[in-house]
Design a protein around this ligand. Structure first.
Ligand SMILES: [Zn+2]
Length: 207
């Protein structure tokens, strides 16, 4: 992975790019950003709102934050690029994506994301639950928590089992319940180990 590859991706109109400054603030985002926010059902996250704010105000869940911290610590100041797969679903489709993280001069870190492929799916209540926690958080004592991997979007069934959302809906009979569980963001074991391995790997994969 060289800088030319990275620069080409930045010019590509299908990519969403953002640059994080040395204080973890969002310095700039690409043109495609606003469109992407709309598609993901997050119209409030326009460029005019996010630029200047801390990256951490848009990352929920302690484990997810920890992963990003590891990533940033490894890349920052290195002028290297690391490419990682991840999922970022829109309400009506699964979206398999790739994230390139690159160290820039002056300790900035660039994130360039692009869609590898998409699959249509039935709309679920999940995005609503994420966007509007109040709707699902009034269940009282028996209110349960549904852990979702921020990286691959799988849902936790047990300590060791993570499955696709549709499977979780069936297995947990979510639609038969009177109150829906609240959504908690986490990271599944596969994603956590994958990222830790990628970060620890020898410099060959960090071109
Ligand atoms: Zn995962």
């Amino acid at each position: 992975m060289d800088m030319q590859w990275f620069e080409d991706r930045q010019e590509d109109s299908d990519t969403v790019w953002y640059r994080i400054g040395s204080q973890d603030e969002i310095l700039a985002v690409s043109k495609k950003w606003d469109e992407f926010a709309l598609e993901n059902g997050a119209p409030h996250l326009q460029a005019s709102y996010v630029v200047g704010r801390s990256l951490w105000s848009f990352i929920s869940g302690a484990e997810v934050r920890h992963l990003y911290e590891l990533l940033m610590a490894r890349i920052r100041g290195s002028q290297r690029t690391l490419v990682l797969p991840f999922r970022c679903d829109a309400p009506d489709r699964r979206r398999y994506m790739e994230m390139a993280v690159a160290g820039m001069p002056s300790r900035e870190v660039d994130f360039v994301t692009r869609v590898i492929r998409e699959e249509p799916r039935e709309s679920t209540w999940l995005e609503t639950a994420e966007a509007d926690p109040l709707r699902t958080s009034q269940g009282g004592a028996e209110q349960s928590l549904l852990a979702i991997c921020s990286w691959c979007k799988k849902v936790r069934l047990s300590e060791t089992e993570w499955v696709e959302l549709e499977q979780a809906i069936a297995r947990l009979a979510l639609f038969q319940r009177e109150t829906l569980p609240r959504v908690a963001h986490g990271v599944c074991q596969d994603c956590y180990m994958g990222l830790v391995k990628a970060l620890a790997a020898s410099p060959e994969i960090l071109a």
